[in-house]
Write a new protein. Structure first.
Length: 300
C-alpha cells in the first residue's frame, strides 16, 4: 500500500497561512459564533491527536465534544467555501492509484475520518484525521475503531505509520477439474519482509482482518481474471504477452503489493492457464485458414 507519512501535517496548519480551523472560524456560517466559543478546546484536542493515534493499544477516552457534535459535523458536511475548497482538493486532486488502506488498484474517491466523526467530532475538519480511501474500506471502517478483544486499534493510520507498504501479496490459482477454467480457486497469501517485529505483525494482521482485505482481493481478481478470459476469446492478440507488458509497467521497485500484478504473475506462471490461452490461439489459426476464399482461375 501507499506510504502517506509525508502528508502528515506537523504544525496543525495546511499549506496556506491559516489552518483549516481558521478557515472555518473566519467564515460567514450562521453558527460560526458557537465554533468560536470552543476554539481553544479544539486546539488542545488537535495537539493531543498524535498521542491518541500512536497509543494504539489504548482505547481513547470518550470525547468531550459530543454535545457539540452536530455543530462540528456541519462544518465538514456543509463546509464554508474556503474550507470546502481544501476538502475537495484532498478528496479529488490526489494522485493515488490505489487505496492507502487496502491497496485496491483504483483512484480512492472517498475522504473519510480515521477517528470516526460521530465518536470524536472534534476532529471533523482536522486534516490529519482525513484520509482518501476506497468505498470498501470506508464501509468497513465506518464507526469502528478499537477492539477490546485484541486490545488494539483495528486499523493502521497511513499518515502516521508506514507499515502498510510492507504487505506483499502472492496468489496461487488452482482448478477443481480440467474443465473449470472459469471457476478458479484463488489462494491469497500476505507476506512481510524479514525483521518485522511481533507487535507490528499483530497490527498488520488486525488491519487485514477487520478490513476483510482478502475477500476484497478475491472479488477484484475474480472479475479481472474472467475479463482476460473474455479478451482471449474475442481479441486477436495473445493475452500472456499483454499480461507480461502490464507487469513490466507496474511491477517496479519491488512493489509486490498490487493486486493486479499479483494476479498477472499467478496467471503467466500457471501451466493450465497458459495451455488454455495457447489452445485458443491454435483454434484462431485454424479458423483464420478456414476463412480463406480461393479464387478459381478458368482458361479463356
Amino acid at each position: 500500500m501507499l506510504d502517506l507519512t509525508s502528508m502528515k501535517i506537523n504544525d496543525n496548519n495546511d499549506n496556506n497561512d491559516n489552518g483549516w480551523l481558521e478557515l472555518a472560524l473566519s467564515s460567514n456560517k450562521d453558527n460560526v459564533k458557537n465554533l468560536i466559543e470552543i476554539k481553544d478546546r479544539l486546539i488542545l484536542a488537535y495537539k493531543n491527536y498524535e498521542n491518541i493515534i500512536t497509543e494504539y493499544t489504548t482505547n481513547p477516552i470518550k470525547s468531550t465534544f459530543l454535545q457539540e457534535r452536530e455543530l462540528l459535523k456541519s462544518f465538514y458536511e456543509k463546509a464554508p467555501k474556503n474550507l470546502n475548497r481544501n476538502l475537495l482538493e484532498q478528496r479529488n486532486e490526489h494522485l493515488f492509484e490505489q487505496c492507502p488502506f487496502c491497496g485496491r488498484p483504483c483512484k480512492p474517491s472517498i475522504l473519510d475520518h480515521f477517528l470516526p466523526k460521530d465518536l470524536w467530532p472534534e476532529f471533523c475538519i482536522f486534516p490529519n484525521n482525513l484520509v482518501s480511501q476506497c468505498d470498501k474500506c470506508s464501509t468497513k471502517k465506518w464507526s469502528h475503531y478499537y477492539s477490546d478483544i485484541d486490545n488494539s486499534v483495528k486499523f493502521i493510520h497511513p499518515k502516521f505509520f508506514n507499515l502498510l507498504q510492507y504487505i506483499g501479496i502472492q496468489i496461487e490459482i488452482n482448478f477443481p477439474s480440467p474443465e473449470s477454467i472459469k471457476q478458479p480457486d484463488f489462494i491469497i497469501t500476505f507476506t512481510l519482509p524479514r525483521g518485522i517485529n511481533i507487535n507490528d505483525k499483530k497490527r498488520l494482521s488486525l488491519h487485514i482482518k477487520y478490513l476483510d482485505i482478502k475477500t476484497h482481493i478475491r472479488e477484484y481478481i475474480t472479475e479481472n481474471y474472467l475479463y482476460w478470459l473474455r479478451v482471449s476469446e474475442q481479441k486477436r492478440y495473445y493475452v500472456p504477452d499483454s499480461l507480461n507488458q502490464r507487469i513490466k509497467e507496474s511491477y517496479t521497485g519491488g512493489n509486490n503489493n498490487r493486486w493486479d500484478v499479483a494476479l498477472y504473475l499467478a496467471m503467466i506462471n500457471n501451466d493450465f492457464i497458459i495451455n488454455h490461452f495457447d489452445s485458443i490461439e491454435i483454434k484462431k489459426e485454424i479458423q483464420d485458414h478456414s476463412d480463406i476464399k480461393l479464387e478459381i482461375l478458368t482458361e479463356e
